[in-house]
Design a protein around this ligand. Structure first.
Ligand code: ADP
Ligand code: MG
Length: 542
């Protein structure tokens, strides 16, 4: 037998109410998004002459009435006729946005699924809609529904074009009868929506009312990432950074993303100033879809190492309402990910080539991104090989990998022909070793931040032509012209005595001596830990 699955609305409705979104506060994002869509549609229709008359002051109002326990969302957008209300609100999952998009391609419309409106029922015992279409001669329409599959729909007198949605907040959702809470949700999700949104409170306790705040829209309808980079100044970028992170220091530089093929992506990524890896604050990138905030948990969406960046990514191709596990597998998300990595690498390369002094001056912060990126992303590493820097502890001069190889070509190669990068993790503590190495004409570079030990391990595997050696280790092993040579500062007797006193074997003081034009006697200074031994001998009174 063949047939059609039948859906019983009475059963489906409570399920939607409960499970549509795990986060109930989302209802406000959905309803404001619809108000924005209605306003944007009107602009589109007006611009092509299909909507006549003045648009007037296009704004959205969110009004909380504490006594009546209602929350209203009011727009001056296209509104709906009775037929449209019946079509869009009485039919689940019939998305007018989808239909409109198909008809008028480039319109910036948020909705897609045709379910957002129903999220109102997650928090409402009753939803009322007062609406009037932009069409000439349209009549006002009233619709209401208490969350059962029954609704009321009739004509009313309504003067102005647009839609007012009144939510009667239900008992379990009283948390939303709170101006502070509503303002918080609006600021979180609607901060950069493209139409001014005003929040006000009716019947609120007088002393809590803040008239001045109410006269300001809660959003910035023209965030700079949607503008052309050529229209923007350095100040614009820095001011926007401050708008996002009021407490943040001026960023080092930024990348303005602007792609429209093969996917849509805009946004600004800032490189913050960072001195040590423990200062890193992740989750500073916010993800938007057509200026609607989606999440600030961008893990899986941007490459791991770019989570160190700050800023905004906006892509209508990133779905609004899906889970993170879905995002991971989403082909657009993967493409976006690759694109951002490439952009960041290109930007760094550009600064490096055009303004090396400034690149070097910022290396303290930049090094962290670059190294982290090289460790976690092979494509990035390929590009970064050209601009990753090594800093000589002697004169603070910076070398690229190639420059370092060239500069040490005659002096610092091991028997496999690999360039030996001698590094210090602590220029103060290891001073004696550094001096000794320098006396032998070796260059010692600083690799002293928290990330460096991981970086060294990682590059040891990835860079075929390089071998890393810590300045206070057995460097002799790794350099050319090595002669095995045994030498010891301690006699066997002394060694035994120390072992007896301290209860452990002093480190192996037998050294292999590197002899490159140097006397064998000079070598142990590098290869053993003479200070340590001396101190132990002091303590033992030897
Ligand atoms: P979506 O936004 O994904 O299309 P919704 O369930 O949020 O789905 O809304 C369903 C439809 O109802 C919308 O596509 C739109 O046609 C209509 N609608 C909802 N809110 C408004 C509004 N404020 N003004 C005009 N039409 C609206
Ligand atoms: Mg919607």
């Amino acid at each position: 037998q063949k047939g059609q699955i039948r859906v019983q609305t009475e059963n489906i409705f409570p399920i939607i109410k409960k499970f549509l979104y795990s986060d109930h506060e989302i209802f406000l994002r959905e309803l404001v998004s619809n108000a924005i869509d209605a306003t944007q549609k009107l602009k589109t229709l007006s611009s092509i002459g299909e909507a006549k008359g003045e648009l007037n002051d296009l704004r959205i109002d969110v009004v909380l009435d504490v006594n009546a326990k209602t929350l209203s969302i009011i727009d001056k957008g296209i509104g709906m006729t009775a037929e449209e209300v019946d079509k869009y609100l009485n039919q689940l999952a019939f998305s007018g946005a989808e239909e409109f998009l198909n008809k008028y391609k480039d319109a910036n419309i948020i909705g897609h699924f045709g379910l957002g409106f129903y999220s109102a029922f997650m928090v409402s015992s009753k939803v009322e809609v007062f609406t009037k279409s932009f069409r000439e001669g349209a009549k006002g329409v009233y619709w209401s529904c208490d969350g059962s599959p029954e609704f009321e729909l009739y004509e009313i007198d309504k003067e102005d074009r647009g839609t007012k949605i009144v939510l009667h907040i239900n008992e379990e959702s009283e948390e939303f009868v709170d101006a502070y809470r509503i303002r918080g949700i609006l600021t979180k999700f609607c901060k950069f929506l493209p139409v001014p949104i005003y929040f006000s409170e009716e019947n609120g306790r007088e002393e809590e009312k803040d008239k001045e705040l109410e006269e300001q829209p809660i959003n910035n309808p023209n965030p700079i990432w949607v503008k052309k980079p050529s229209e923007l100044t350095k100040e614009d970028y820095e001011n926007f950074y401050r708008e996002l992170y009021p407490a943040g220091e001026t960023p080092l530089f930024w990348i303005h993303l602007n792609v429209d093929y093969p996917f849509n992506l805009t946004g600004i990524l800032y490189f913050p100033k960072i001195k040590q890896s423990y200062e890193i604050q992740k989750d500073k990138i916010q993800l938007y879809s057509n200026q609607v905030f989606v999440t600030d948990e961008v893990k899986d969406i941007v490459p791991e190492f770019l989570m160190l960046l700050h800023g905004i990514i906006d892509s209508p191709d990133i779905p609004l309402n899906v889970s993170r596990s879905y995002l991971q597998g989403d082909p657009n998300v993967r493409k976006i990910n690759a694109h951002i990595t490439k952009k960041v690498a290109d930007k760094l390369d550009e600064i490096f080539r055009n303004d090396r002094p400034s690149f070097e001056a910022k290396w303290e912060s930049l090094g962290l991104f670059v190294k982290y990126g090289m460790m976690t992303d092979d494509k990035f590493q390929e590009k970064a090989n050209k601009f990753v820097l090594l800093q000589d502890v002697a004169d603070s001069k910076f070398y690229t990998l190639d420059e370092f190889k060239a500069a040490t070509d005659a002096t610092q190669k091991n028997k496999d022909g690999k360039t030996v990068i001698i590094y210090t993790t602590d220029p103060v503590q290891q001073d004696a070793y550094i001096k000794a190495a320098q006396a032998k004409d070796y260059k010692v570079v600083k690799l002293e931040t928290l990330i460096d030990s991981a970086f060294i391990n990682n590059m040891e595997m990835k860079w075929d032509s390089v071998h890393f050696v810590r300045v206070d280790s057995d460097i002799a092993d790794n350099l050319v012209d090595v002669q095995e040579h045994t030498n010891s500062i301690l006699s066997t007797e002394e060694e035994e005595k120390l072992k007896g006193l301290f209860g452990f074997q002093v480190p192996d003081l037998t050294v292999k001596v590197e002899v490159k034009g140097l006397s064998a006697e000079a070598a142990p200074v590098i290869a053993t830990r003479p200070e340590f031994v001396r101190r132990m001998k002091d303590m033992a009174g030897m």
